[in-house]
Design a protein around this ligand. Structure first.
Ligand code: HEM
Ligand SMILES: *[C@@H]1O[C@H](CO)[C@@H](O)[C@H](O)[C@H]1NC(C)=O
Ligand SMILES: *[C@@H]1O[C@H](CO)[C@@H](O)[C@H](O)[C@H]1NC(C)=O
Length: 337
C-alpha cells in the first residue's frame, strides 16, 4: 500500500483523491473542504512518531496476548470501537464509568451483555502505554489501534490507523440509547443510522462483516430464529436449540456459525443461505439494494477485506476531538481531575 500510493500522482484530501496537476487551481475550494470536512482530515498515522514511537508495538503485543488467551477479546474490542465512534464520535466517551452525577454510556442497553470485559483489556493496554509514554496517547487512539490489531490477529486485513484523537470529558448516555441501532432494525433504519454518522450503505455492508467474529445473546436473535420468514429452516432449528422461546436470554451463539473465530467472509456466505443470526444481518441480503454487494463479498474475501479496512478508517474519522479539544485521559474510565 505505502510505496504504491506514494508513487501515484494523486493527493488525498480528506476523503477525496485529487489529481496532482489539478491541485493549484483547486486550492481555494480545498481550503473550504478541509474546514468543512471536519477533524477527520487532521488525523494522521504518524501522529505519535516522535512523541510515542513504540505505541503501535505496545498495543499490538498486548492485543496479541489477549487474543491468544481468549479469541473473544478481539471481538469485544472491535465492538467497543464501533460503539464509541457512533456516540459523539471516536472520543473514548464509551470508556467513562458512571459517576454519581453522570450516567455513562456503558449502562445503555446496547452496551450491556457479553463483551464488557473489553473495558478491562483497554485498562491493561492503557497502563502499559502510560508506562512507555506518560500522558501522551489518548484512550480513543488506543481503542482505534486495538480494533485494527483485533481484526488482523483473527486473520483479517491490516491498515494504517490515522491518529491524533483526544478524549471526551463527558459521556453521552442519551446518545448511546438513540444512536446505536438494535438487532431488530430494518435496512432503512440501519442506512439512516449510518448516514447520520456520515457513512454510506456500502460502509454499512462492509462494517457489518465484523459479525464474522464474536457472539450474540439469545435475547438479540430470538425473534429472528422464531419469527422471521427469510431464515433458513435448518439454521433456525439449530439456533432454537441454543435459544429457548422464553428464558435463557444470556445463552450465546456465534454470529458467524461457519467460521466463528476467524475474520474472513464467512459472515456473507452465511447471509446468502439465509443463515444470518441477527435480523439486522439478514436485511443486508433479503431482496434489497445491498444483495449484490453481499454476494460479491461472499465470493471474494479480498474484496471484503479491502472494503472493510477502508470503512474502518472512515468509521474512525467520525467526529474526533483534535487539537486542544478534550484531553489525554490518564485513566480511560474517568476524566482527569
Ligand atoms: C449495523 C448495525 C449493527 C447492529 C444492529 C449490531 C448489533 C449487534 C448485536 C445485537 C450484537 C450481539 C450483542 C449481544 O447479544 O450481546 C453484536 C455483536 C457484535 N458486533 Fe455488532 N452490530 C452492528 C454493527 C457492528 C459494527 C459496525 C461492528 C464493528 C465494526 C460490530 C461489531 C460487533 C462484534 C465484533 C460483536 C461480537 C462481540 C462479542 O463477541 O463480544 N457490529 N452486534
Ligand atoms: C485470560 O482469559 C480469561 C477468560 O477466558 C480471563 O479471565 C483472564 O483474565 C485472561 N488472562 C489474561 C492474562 O488476559
Ligand atoms: C448526545 O447525543 C445526541 C444524539 O446524537 C445529540 O443530539 C446530543 O447533542 C449529544 N449531547 C451532547 C452533550 O453531546
Amino acid at each position: 500500500m505505502g510505496p504504491d500510493s506514494s508513487r501515484r500522482q494523486v493527493v488525498v484530501v480528506g476523503r477525496m483523491a485529487v489529481p496532482r496537476r489539478l491541485l493549484p487551481m483547486m486550492m481555494p475550494a480545498l481550503a473550504i473542504l478541509l474546514v468543512a470536512g471536519g477533524a477527520g482530515a487532521q488525523l494522521s498515522p504518524g501522529f505519535y512518531s516522535s512523541s510515542c514511537p513504540t505505541v503501535d508495538g505496545v498495543v499490538r503485543q498486548a492485543m496479541s496476548q489477549a487474543v491468544m488467551n481468549n479469541s473473544r477479546s478481539g471481538a469485544a474490542i472491535l465492538r467497543l470501537f464501533f460503539h464509541d465512534c457512533f456516540v459523539n464520535g471516536c472520543d473514548a466517551s464509551l470508556l467513562l464509568d458512571d459517576t454519581p452525577t453522570t450516567p455513562g454510556e456503558k449502562s445503555a442497553g446496547a452496551n450491556a451483555g457479553g463483551s464488557t470485559f473489553g473495558f478491562d483489556l483497554i485498562d491493561t493496554i492503557k497502563t502499559q502505554v502510560e508506562a512507555a509514554c506518560p500522558a501522551t496517547v489518548s484512550c480513543a487512539d488506543i481503542l482505534a489501534l486495538a480494533a485494527r490489531d483485533s481484526v488482523n490477529l483473527l486473520g483479517g486485513p491490516s491498515w494504517a490507523v490515522p491518529l491524533g484523537r483526544r478524549d471526551a470529558t463527558f459521556p453521552n448516555a442519551t446518545g448511546a440509547a438513540t444512536d446505536l441501532p438494535g438487532p431488530d432494525s430494518d435496512l432503512d433504519t440501519l442506512v439512516s443510522a449510518f448516514a447520520a454518522k456520515g457513512l454510506t450503505s456500502r460502509d454499512l455492508a462492509a462494517l457489518s462483516g465484523a459479525h464474522t467474529v464474536g457472539m450474540a445473546r439469545c435475547l438479540s436473535f430470538r425473534t429472528r430464529v422464531y419469527c422471521d420468514a427469510d431464515v433458513s429452516a435448518t439454521f433456525a432449528a439449530q439456533m432454537r436449540g441454543a435459544c429457548p422461546s422464553s428464558g435463557g436470554d444470556d445463552a450465546e451463539a456465534p454470529l458467524d456459525a461457519l467460521t466463528p473465530g476467524e475474520f474472513d467472509n464467512g459472515y456473507y456466505r452465511s447471509l446468502v443461505t439465509g443463515a444470518g443470526l441477527l435480523h439486522s444481518d439478514q436485511v443486508l441480503f433479503s431482496n434489497g439494494p445491498l444483495d449484490s454487494l453481499v454476494r460479491i463479498y461472499s465470493n471474494n474475501g479480498e474484496a471484503f477485506s479491502a472494503d472493510f479496512a477502508a470503512s474502518m478508517v472512515r468509521l474512525g474519522n467520525v467526529s474526533p476531538l483534535t487539537g486542544s479539544a478534550g484531553e489525554i485521559r490518564i485513566n480511560c474510565r474517568k476524566v482527569n481531575s
